[in-house]
Structures are given as structure tokens and as C-alpha cells.
Write a protein of this length. Structure first.
Length: 202
């Protein structure tokens, strides 16, 4: 694997960041690592430079929980935030910590997008998408990269087929994580991810 290559996870679930870390492809935290994100919102957020992600008026406490954390919804992008808030309301001190952390990750995202020579964007899809949504994401990434090299890797169970091109690859997962303990299924199947990462062209 090219040691100078930067991998950036784009969601749509925490599985992507977890598996990139397990595969030693995760060097820094980025904005979409630990959210549940609608696929079409990825393009919206990058194109708008995440302008509405941190606005407190867009954050809604859902009164639903994952482990000890309350799930908070960004109502503008439809993003679910799982790891940053506790209690029944959005506490000011937790919001400030979230704000500063995400601000750093957004700045880091665009620094690498603007400066790195070789980037692989990785996104795991958990719902069927229209081909136009993939094309839209490619268009947004191309505009941000301004002619610099990048590759978009899309993986998931609901893709129609495998496909490999110089600029984009689709990897269809065929194994379901049902043999894993219920609390670990969000992590995905390691061997599927190993195969996915290995087939990304240099």
C-alpha cells in the first residue's frame, strides 16, 4: 500500500472509520467518522463546507439513546450524532467540546483535500442509491480536489455489482455480520473490508 496515500472516511456509518483504523489506514479523525449520515447529505455537507453542521439551532435531542449517550439529530443534514451528548438535553459544555472537536476535524478535512497528492475517500452504503447520487458525490469531490488525484471507494451489501475504475470502485459485500455478537455487528466483517482495501488501485 502506498504510504503517502491519505484515506478519508465519508461514513455513512461508524463502520467505515472503525475498519479504516483496523486496516491501519486511519491516521486522523475527520468530520463524518462517527456519525450516521444519509448518503445524499455527504455531497451537501462537503459542497457547503459543513456550514450547518455545528449550528446549535440545527441540533435536536431525540430522547433516544445508544449506550450512555443521547442520539442528537442535525435537522439540516439529517445526520445522527451518537457519541458526544449525554442526558435529556444538549448541555452547553458538551456542545462546546463537540463544536471545537468538529471544527478541528473540518479544518483537517479541507487541509488534506487541498494539499495531499493522493487521497482515497471511502464510504460504506447501507441503503440503495441512485447512480446520480454517486455521480453527484464525484462531482463535488472533483470540484474540491481541483484536478488532483483521488479515488472514491464505495462498499456495501446493497450495491448491484463489483466495479473497478481508475477514479471509483464499487465493492459489494457478500457476507452478513450475523455471526458476530449483536453489539459488534456495526463493525462489519473484517475479511470483506480487507478485500475491499486491497483492491483499490494504486
Amino acid at each position: 500500500m502506498n504510504s503517502n496515500r491519505m484515506f478519508i472516511g465519508l461514513g455513512t456509518t461508524c463502520q467505515t472509520a472503525y475498519q479504516l483504523r483496523r486496516c491501519n489506514c486511519y491516521t486522523s479523525g475527520f468530520p463524518l467518522d462517527w456519525f450516521i449520515t444519509p448518503f445524499n447529505s455527504i455531497s451537501d455537507m462537503i459542497a457547503s463546507r459543513f456550514s450547518q453542521l455545528l449550528d446549535k439551532e440545527n441540533l435536536l435531542a431525540t430522547k433516544t439513546y445508544w449506550q450512555d449517550n443521547q442520539i442528537v439529530l442535525n435537522t439540516y443534514y439529517g445526520v445522527k450524532i451518537y457519541h458526544d451528548f449525554t442526558g435529556e438535553s444538549i448541555k452547553e459544555n458538551e456542545y462546546q467540546i463537540f463544536y471545537e472537536k468538529m471544527k478541528r476535524r473540518i479544518q483537517r478535512f479541507f487541509f488534506h483535500v487541498d494539499n495531499d497528492d493522493d487521497i482515497v475517500f471511502v464510504v460504506q452504503v447501507s441503503a440503495k442509491q441512485e447512480s446520480t447520487e454517486y455521480e453527484r458525490l464525484m462531482s463535488v469531490l472533483s470540484a474540491e480536489r481541483k484536478g488532483r488525484k483521488y479515488h472514491l471507494c464505495i462498499c456495501g451489501h446493497l450495491l448491484p455489482n463489483d466495479e473497478l475504475r481508475s477514479d471509483i470502485s464499487f465493492f459489494k459485500f457478500r457476507k452478513m455480520p450475523l455471526r458476530l455478537a449483536a453489539n459488534d455487528r456495526w463493525k462489519g466483517v473484517d475479511e470483506e473490508w480487507d478485500a475491499c482495501i486491497k483492491r483499490i488501485p494504486e
